[in-house]
Design a protein. Structure first.
Length: 114
């Protein structure tokens, strides 16, 4: 099953001189890369990869090995389906929030038993 991840990283100043062209050439050679976005803030670039879970970290390792990639952070994206929460009472929603918080996140559809 494919997992969507966002790899956010800074680019070494030396690689910025030609408008990120060397960086983009490297990134498009990675088959898992779905999109590349410039960021304004803490990170310079965000790369979306979609691949099996273990390959996502391999893509991150590939980027880390590049001389221009600095300070890499990985965000894993899990789908959120609001329709799963329709019809729940406020008490059930509070209980669900507590369960998700205690488990460290949500993996899959919520199960609320009466």
């Amino acid at each position: 099953m494919a997992t969507k991840r966002y790899l956010m990283f800074n680019v070494d100043e030396g690689a910025c001189k030609n408008g990120y062209q060397d960086v983009l050439r490297d990134l498009i050679t990675i088959p898992e890369v779905q999109s590349i976005e410039r960021l304004d803030g803490i990170f310079d670039l965000m790369v979306q990869v979609e691949c099996p879970a273990t390959v996502g970290y391999a893509a991150a390792d590939d980027l880390s090995a590049k001389g221009w990639a600095k300070r890499l952070e990985i965000l894993q994206v899990e789908p959120f389906h609001p329709q799963h929460y329709e019809g729940l009472t406020i008490d059930e929603l509070i209980r669900l929030k507590r369960l998700i918080h205690e488990s460290g996140g949500s993996h899959g559809s919520p199960v609320i038993s009466p």
